[in-house]
Design a protein around this ligand. Structure first.
Ligand SMILES: CC(=O)[C@@H](O)[C@H](O)COP(=O)(O)O
Length: 281
């Protein structure tokens, strides 16, 4: 089943960040290898020749080279508000993204501070409310907090992007139970696991738990061989999704003999083998 992001079909369940690559060629090759569903672009950090406090789309006129590169990749762009420290800054950046890339989509980040890069949750909820009311299609970078998820959904978000661990730190999945709980509590919501992944097995695990997609940047961009790592993540996301659809067996506390009893070669009805909720076809 194809993933749709606010009605837009995705060619892949891997979304790729475009920052911190060693060169434009390396970024281009990584995108070529991963064939991601989206590439996400930080207006504040990526636009060439831009001051950090740029407030007008005209400040991005010097970024034609980078925009040309993005266009050449032929992958839908998801503008993001990475690095925005306030609601107003995130709103301004979202408007610039809409104008530059002609899309209502925005990956919304409102961060508390530049050291931890943790989401400022009250700010995030407020910005999400305002942007959704303006017709933006908002993908909020959030935590696994269930009440925050409720509020973001009430604001009009149909997709959530919970962080697995701090952005750029490569610490993997800090709290697997919380990631699984969010999945279980919001079975109909599109969940894109975001931030902190280091190796493809972590992306595969999240997909096995039923996450709909993965966003990764640093693990690919700062790998020794970014295109190869991009390809590895793409394969892991596919494998994880396939395993989820196949319906993994339950983990058990005790051993269960795998040798069948005489006359019962193909079934063992005394054992529940899977969760009752099955993966979609
Ligand atoms: C580019 C982007 O959106 C990042 O802010 C994102 O959260 C990815 O995090 P990693 O760099 O840890 O993969």
């Amino acid at each position: 089943m194809t993933l749709h992001v606010y009605g837009q079909p995705c060619q892949s369940r891997l979304f790729l960040g475009t920052a911190r690559y060693p060169s434009p060629a390396s970024l281009g090759q990584a995108v070529e290898e991963a064939k991601p569903g989206f590439i996400t672009v930080s207006l504040r950090r990526e636009a060439i020749g831009m001051g950090r406090k740029a407030k007008s789309p005209h400040a991005y006129q010097g970024s034609h080279g980078f925009q040309g590169l993005l266009k050449a990749m032929g992958v839908p762009v998801l503008p993001n508000t990475a690095g925005c420290l306030s609601v107003s800054e995130a709103m301004t950046t979202a408007h610039m993204g809409r104008e530059l890339f002609q899309t209502p989509l925005v990956k919304l980040e409102v961060i508390r501070d530049e050291t931890t890069l943790q989401p400022d949750l009250p700010g995030l909820m407020e910005a999400a409310r305002l942007l959704c009311a303006e017709g933006f299609h908002v993908l909020p970078y959030c935590t696994t907090d269930l009440s925050v998820a409720d509020k973001l959904m009430q604001a009009g978000c149909t997709i959530l992007m919970p962080g697995a661990s701090p952005i750029g730190a490569g610490q993997g999945i800090h709290d697997p139970a919380a990631m699984k709980r969010l999945r279980a509590c919001f079975p109909e919501t599109i969940l894109v696991a975001d931030a902190g992944l280091r190796v493809p097995s972590q992306a595969a695990a999240l997909m096995e738990w039923g996450y709909d997609a993965i966003l990764v940047n640093t693990a690919v961009a700062r790998a020794e061989n970014p295109p190869l790592m991009a390809r590895a993540f793409a394969k892991a996301v596919k494998a994880g999704r396939m395993a989820f659809k196949a319906g993994p067996t339950l983990e058990r506390e005790e051993a269960v003999p795998s040798t069948p009893m005489a006359g019962r070669a193909f079934t063992d009805d005394t054992q529940p083998w899977r969760e009752s909720a099955h993966a979609p076809a």
